[in-house]
Design a protein. Structure first.
Length: 88
């Protein structure tokens, strides 16, 4: 049991380390560079469609606007955000 916990912890640490070390990614036929990841406190909620029951996460920005959070691979096109709506 202890061995399993240690191995699981090592896997989580390895995967987390890879995510922190990753500085680029490719999507929609484009290559992107990433700014350094920074810890931030966010207002997060779950939005639920009243008809279908489908759910997704939303952030409430400092400006009061809401931003949907979705996995990159689920988006059909490249997102575009105005500078004023950027979180950083």
């Amino acid at each position: 049991m202890t061995k399993s916990l240690i191995l699981a912890g090592a896997l989580v640490a390895t995967v987390s380390g890879y995510a922190w070390a990753q500085q680029t990614f490719s999507a929609w036929g484009h290559d992107f560079t990433l700014s350094p990841f920074t810890p931030q406190q966010m207002m997060v909620a779950v939005a639920t469609d009243t008809k279908t029951g489908r759910k997704f996460n939303v952030l409430k920005l400092k400006s009061g606007k809401m931003m949907a959070i979705a996995p990159i691979n689920s988006m059909q096109g490249m997102p575009e955000t105005t500078q004023e709506d950027m979180i950083q």
